[in-house]
Design a protein around this ligand. Structure first.
Ligand code: HMG
Ligand code: MG
Length: 305
């Protein structure tokens, strides 16, 4: 186990990637309670919303109010997706701590998700980078469809490398590798990372795996073996992507934390506090959580009484 990182940083994306894909729009006070619960559970990097077109993603239309309703604390980063200048200006006005741009390794997915080519998306991000520099904000870069695309099938790791490097060159400090439709396997993860790590340091990479085919934890293990220590996850396994039919939620934060705890890798997350928060949001959504760890812990809890 000696090659694994001793500490891992979890980027909690449930309030954005999770709730953007829920059919029902969650009211502002419920969202704020959820995010404050994530904070109490020890999560320190929280993606709390996105400044995108409300016509495309109505679930995120209240993001300005979400950020205005949160209390910034030291050591806590509340981030938001900003696809263009308009989104960036709104994010700055709302007081975000960090922003994220999102590109794809597949042309078809880029068109469906943000209505432009990969090249055009990089141009649209220019004002985001300029404003970020002026306002001292760090920019994270997502690359979607790093292993598979709903329209193009398998994706060549070199396509992922090209767009990741372009985002780093423009000023991103970290690239989050999105297996948007969750089709990737450990073998593909191994091939992808072997390609990327020839030129990009592990410290500039994060993994963002959806769990559609139940491969996310195994893929994360491969990423840990390669020295990657930033993992995106969503409380209870909330999530999906409205532009990737059939894609299920992000890997569940509880499942990641349970695995890390067992491996002696520190994440700073209190599993019981997290389950309590996730339970509230899933009760509100009136559905069962995807997280196996959460379901097991809740069942154990019920059996004790
Ligand atoms: P567009 O229609 O090409 O843009 O949208 P446009 O510039 O032609 O503007 C059209 C309308 O949108 C105008 O309004 C603009 O004002 C408005 P109208 O005049 O028609 O009333 N508009 C905006 N409104 C609010 N905020 C903005 C904004 N920009 C334009 N920032 C755009 C381009 C990118 C905005 C659109 O395609 C969009 O919002 N797409 C949604 C993308 C999205 O949120 N996808 C889900 C998140 S990505 C994801 O989940 C993947 C990830 O998790 C990683 C992974 O899993 O792989 C990150
Ligand atoms: Mg995602």
């Amino acid at each position: 186990m000696s090659n694994y990182p001793k500490q891992v940083s979890i980027v909690e994306v449930g309030a954005r990637d999770g709730l953007q894909n829920e059919a029902s729009v969650i009211e502002l006070p419920v969202k704020l309670d959820f995010i404050n619960g994530l904070l109490r559970a020890g999560l320190r990097r929280i993606e709390a919303g996105s400044f995108v077109s409300p016509k495309w993603v109505p679930q995120m239309a209240d993001s300005a109010d979400v950020f205005k309703g949160l209390t910034n604390g030291s050591g806590v980063t509340f981030s938001a997706l900003t696809p263009n200048e308009k989104g960036m200006l709104a994010a700055i006005d709302a007081g975000v701590d960090e922003v994220a741009v999102f590109a794809a390794a597949s042309e078809s997915f880029s068109q469906r998700n943000i209505n432009c080519s990969i090249e055009q998306s990089l141009e649209r991000f220019e004002p985001v980078f300029t404003l970020a520099r002026q306002h001292n904000l760090q920019v994270r870069g997502y690359v979607s469809c790093v292993m598979g695309c709903p329209y193009e099938g398998d994706i060549n790791p070199n396509a992922v490398l090209a767009v990741s490097q372009a985002l780093l060159d423009k000023g991103c400090y970290e690239i989050s590798l999105g297996d948007t439709i969750g089709t990737g396997t450990p073998g593909q993860t191994e091939r992808l990372l072997s390609t990327l790590l020839t030129t990009i340091p592990a410290t500039n990479l994060a993994v963002h795996f959806h769990d559609t085919y139940g491969q996310a934890l195994a893929n994360i293990l491969v990423a840990l073996q390669h020295g990657i220590s930033v993992i995106d996850a969503a409380a209870g396994g909330l999530g999906g992507c409205p532009y990737a039919a059939g894609a299920s939620g992000n890997v569940a934060t509880e499942d990641v934390v349970y695995m890390l705890n067992g491996m002696g890798i520190h994440s700073g997350v209190d599993l019981d506090a997290l389950v309590a928060t996730s339970t509230q949001i899933f009760n509100h959504l009136n559905r069962e959580p995807a997280s196996r760890t959460m379901r097991a812990l809740l069942a154990r809890h019920h059996n004790m009484f």
